[in-house]
Design a protein around this ligand. Sequence first.
Ligand SMILES: [Zn+2]
Length: 464
Amino acid sequence: MMCVRFVRAGTVLVLGLGLACCVAPPAYPWGGEHRQISAAAIESLPGQEQEYLRLERAAIAERYCTFPDINWPCYGQWGGGTGDPRAARMPDLRRLWGVSFYCQWDPVLQKGKGYAHAPPQSCAAAGVYFANAVKALEKGRLEDGCRVLGVMLHYIQDSGSLPRIQPVHRIFHVRATEQIGLDGFTPRVLGETPAEAAQALSGRVEQLTGWTEQRLAPLLALAGMPLEDAKRQAAQQTMAPAVVEAVARLRAEKPAEFEAAAVDCANECVRVCADAIHSALAFAQKPYVEPEPNAPNVNLVFNPSFEEGEADGVPAGWCVGWLDLRDRTGRAEWYRAGTHWEKHVRTGRYSTLALWPPKPGLDWQQTWPQAVRVRPGEQYRACVWGKAVATTGGSCLAVEFSDTDYQPILTVKTTALTPDGTWQRLGLDAAAPDRARWLRIILHAAGNEGAVWYDDVEVVRMPP
Ligand SMILES: [Zn+2]
């Protein structure tokens, strides 16, 4: 049975911004341009490097280069990203993709170090994430390396979209996105060691900011707002009215010139992004070797009994799939055994709880960084212990197989739990279909006024 629960990051971003429009003026920085610039940068790499990135290249452009813009506590919460009480819940993309892990900054736990999306921090950030990506790629950890590369690309791209002049930055868009791309550009390696290349990249990103500002300078001057004045005023007041006015005039009177400048800035970003990826791959383990197939008869699930986690109310490696973003009743909790007469755990001290789930349901699901890598044709056996009380909808275990683009291609489900308050074992056998690369466990609870607990998940590969 095919079942798509996935919401594309782009859709969500646009949705969030749409809602933001009710509260703030419709102004926002680069969105789709991030994807286009990343894709164009990968296209300008030598053939063998494109081949090296083959499995992850779509994900780098579609998802990973947006990570820093998803690393906010509002994901998974009410308010559409603006605190609007009428808005829907934001899907928890931050946890689903392990975004805070790859950004090395958790905005909920306040752990790690985050960087502003503007110079000088964004320039430093590009070097830091470059070095982190190289550490993963050197060890042949392709996915981790590419995810961190995506974070790096975002900081480069934000640095090249006039972040020091927010009245430009927030309306800076390329309408004809097919104009983003380079013919005949040859990327270069930025340093002989990872540290040297990281440092050179930070400098290169600083130059990028300067280059893009100079590209806009003649146009700003035409609008009666010399570059240095614009920067000074925007530094004092983010949306300085005189700068906002000058930019509005410029766009109205010189739309083609303004668009051409945006295209040039985007393409300058492509050059820096291509140099950065090319340099990172210079230090990658080559050739790329696929990890060994999973050993048989070993539980492949990370944190299978939900005992591990931090103080943000969610077990490590798991997140909630809110299947009805407008539902205001259902709750998904990391359940902790209370007294000796309230102890809905099968083993240990913790389980997952879905309480009063809406009709479409609530899922506890594995995050992508903890998904099980599979190969087509392999046989898997999955099981979980579940307990249901006062439920009416079907609550079951599902195994979701996805392809290299992280799109679900097959979801197999067990029968539903019987709501009798006893622990029951749900299990299924499934073969990884053609094109399958990932397996994720989904603990589903649907439409009812009751409660469902799950504990002790197991996925094993059957001996060939
Ligand atoms: Zn950003």
